[in-house]
Ligand binder design. Structure first.
Ligand code: ASP
Length: 298
């Protein structure tokens, strides 16, 4: 049986890069571990969940441990997985769980639903054996305190300048040529409680289809307006991933939207792009690792 070339691409968010080295190191570990699963005949879904769960455990990234806080000081997290056959599992505004992406995977594999929110998502997590876990860190609390001290409102007044966010995502293609995507986000500091980011919305920040799969980062409300992941994957029906990403990001730039994305098309072509000043990402193909941490930093 012919096998497909393996590939994996991850992003560590399009927010201002406070620590370039820490981002690169964290991304490299996630990519290597995800890719290792692909090498061991794991599915694309296994690989993206592994990579994202590693980034959730790394406080450098804005997801899982270290997630940004709402105005009320709670860590409400969004995460989703999707496979190219259209299966989707997501959680939004989930709290007190170490790895939202593992709960999202359970929604896909163990329930008849696509997306669970808030208390329902928390209840599923407990039922599936995920223990209560506090993801707040001193840094995430300080970020909220600084924002409040500056007297900013809850409607992201600073997004016109730099996106103070993060998010982690992964896309993979396995030996069967199957694609999967996973995205996990701690959201934007100082958002209103109950706000849902693009990460858990199918087609917005997370999307997979036979033509490709994409994970997004950046200003969630803009990504939702563009249906950025769906738009980029749609373009992959008629063009390689790299061209699809360039066109999708150009459109975002034209509209002055702050976004970033990574993806893979059905032939294993990898893509990435961002209209934000910064973004960290990397990919692994043919057993080789490529890392990028672009931008001006903090
Ligand atoms: N997209 C995420 C959000 O809007 C944040 C990010 O990707 O940096 O919450």
């Amino acid at each position: 049986m012919r096998t497909s070339p393996l590939g994996m691409v991850c992003h560590g968010g399009a927010g201002a890069l406070a620590d370039r080295q820490a981002h690169s190191d964290g991304l490299a570990v996630a990519l290597e571990e995800g890719y290792r699963l692909l090498r061991q005949s794991g599915s694309a879904l296994d690989a993206v969940v592994k990579a994202v769960s590693i980034m959730e455990d790394n406080p450098v990234f804005n997801c899982g441990t270290g997630s940004n806080l709402t105005l009320d000081g709670t860590a409400e997290m969004d995460a989703a997985v999707m496979t190219q056959d259209g299966r989707f599992g997501g959680v939004c505004c989930v709290t007190d769980v170490r790895n939202p992406i593992l709960v999202a995977e359970k929604v896909l594999t163990d329930t008849d639903h696509a997306l669970l929110c808030g208390a329902g998502a928390n209840a599923l997590a407990r039922r599936m054996g995920f223990e209560k876990y506090d993801v707040k860190t001193e840094r995430s609390s300080n970020r909220l305190e600084t924002l409040k001290a500056e007297g900013k409102s809850s409607h992201f007044p600073r997004l016109g300048g730099r996106v103070k966010t993060g998010t982690a995502g992964a896309v993979a293609i396995d030996k069967h040529g199957s694609l999967a995507v996973a995205t996990s986000s701690g959201g934007i500091t100082g958002r209103m409680p109950g706000r849902v980011s693009d990460a858990a919305i199918p087609g917005a920040g997370t999307y997979a289809a036979p033509s490709g799969a994409v994970s997004c980062t950046g200003h969630g409300e803009a990504i939702i307006q563009l249906m950025l992941a769906h738009d980029t994957v749609g373009r992959m029906k008629t063009m390689p991933a790299s061209v699809a990403a360039t066109l999708a990001v150009s459109e975002a730039r034209r509209r002055k939207f702050m976004v970033g994305l990574v993806g893979i098309d059905a032939r294993g072509g990898v893509c990435f792009g961002h209209s934000t000043p910064d973004m960290s990402y990397g990919y692994m193909i043919a057993d080789k690792l490529f890392m990028f941490a672009e931008g001006k930093g903090k």
